[in-house]
Each structure stands twice: as structure tokens, then as C-alpha cells.
Design a protein around this ligand. Sequence first.
Ligand code: HPA
Length: 244
Amino acid sequence: MIPTPHIEAKAGEIAKTVLMPGDPLRAKFVAENFLEDPKQYNGVRGMLGYTGKYKGHDVSVQGSGMGIPSIGIYSYELYKFYDVDNIIRIGTAGAIHPDLKIRDIVIAQGACTNSNYAAQYNITGTYAPIASFELLEKAVMAARNKDARITVGNVLSSDTFYGDDPLDTEKWQKMGVLCIEMESAGLYMNAARLNKRALGLFTISDSLVTGEATTSSERQSSFTKMMEIALETAIAMENNKTNK
Ligand code: HPA
């Protein structure tokens, strides 16, 4: 089923590993600033996707849009119809852990959610969406090689940016959840269902504890370290293809 309803790439135009920012303009920024010879393969709905080279390896970068329904569509089509093996979300998140500061890097080992996405699997229980250990391990190694301070743990993939109940944040905070974003749990469930790999990396763009925030132009351009960790993780997977 290629092209898919939302991606117009031809077979073979998308790499095995895809970096996935929420913002399609951030996909353009990553392609233009981090990849050699980037070629745009998608423009449907403005959800830009590119493939280029990083240190000689093919890597793609594709916008996901905001929220689990949107990343659910793009990640499903990439995994299922374009034979993508690894998706690394590169996003922003709002800190709820008091020790996190603006621009800190978080890696989502697990992704709690208030979404009903898992209901489609008809499981009689609560599914725990987790990162691929192979991607997680390689991302931690890449961060250590760069002397980047990272925090690895649980995040919350929320269906709401403007939630109605201010006390809700405190309840997640009590359970040790680090930060709030809106996509990873859906991405992790699609990866699990399709026997593929996923990881979420975040820079903290704002703090729900202190009220600090970064501007939208900073959000687009100042996340170099996280992108380098993601790119090094992508090529570490390429160098180690037998590792499922
Ligand atoms: N909530 C949800 N998603 C986010 C936030 C937030 O506070 N900050 C960045 N992404």
C-alpha cells in the first residue's frame, strides 16, 4: 500500500531509521542542518519528510504532528508499509519533576498515558508502553560519549495540553513521572504491535513546576545535543544490524 494516505514516498526512499519531531518545520531544520544531501520525500498535509546521510549512513526525518492520533498514523505507515525498523521521536516536553531544568534531556524508558489508544488491542489489563532496550542502550551510550546530562525514566503522554484538572499533574509527579509530552505512548504501542523499535528523546521546553519556558524559535533551533544523540543512536543501529 505505497504511497499511503499520508506519505507519498516511493519504496526505498525512506531509511530504516527515522527521526521524528512533532513539528514538520523541525524535520526540515534537522534535514538541512544535520544531514548531507537531504531529499524531501513527503509534503502531504505539509508533514515534511526527508532522507539524507549522516556520517555515510541513510537516515530519514519525518514530522509526526501533535498527539497520539497523529503520531499513530505516521509511525504505523512507516513501520508497516515503508519497512522502517526504528523510530526515534525527538520532541519537547514540560517538566513535572522538580529536579529537571529547562533544556535538560530526558529519555523515555516508559510512557504512561491518559489516552485510550490501547483499548484497540482488547487487553484485559493495563498495557505498559516501553522503549526499545536496544535503542535506549545506544542512546545512553551516545549521551555519555558526548558528556550530555540525561535523565532516563517515565514520561506522561497526555491527550491534553490544556488539561482541566491542575491537581492531575501532582498525581503523576507523585509516581515519579518526569515530564509531559503527547505522543510516545502511541509510538511505543505501534512499535510493540508491529515488532519494531521506538524511543523518545526530549528536551525540556517548559516547566510546570517553575513556570519557566523557552520561545518557539529556541524550540526549533536550540536542541542540537538531543539531535546528535538521536543521530548517533541511528547509526549505531546501522552498524549493528544483527541486533534485533
Ligand atoms: N504538556 C504537553 N506537552 C508538552 C508540554 C506540556 O506541558 N510541553 C511540551 N510539550
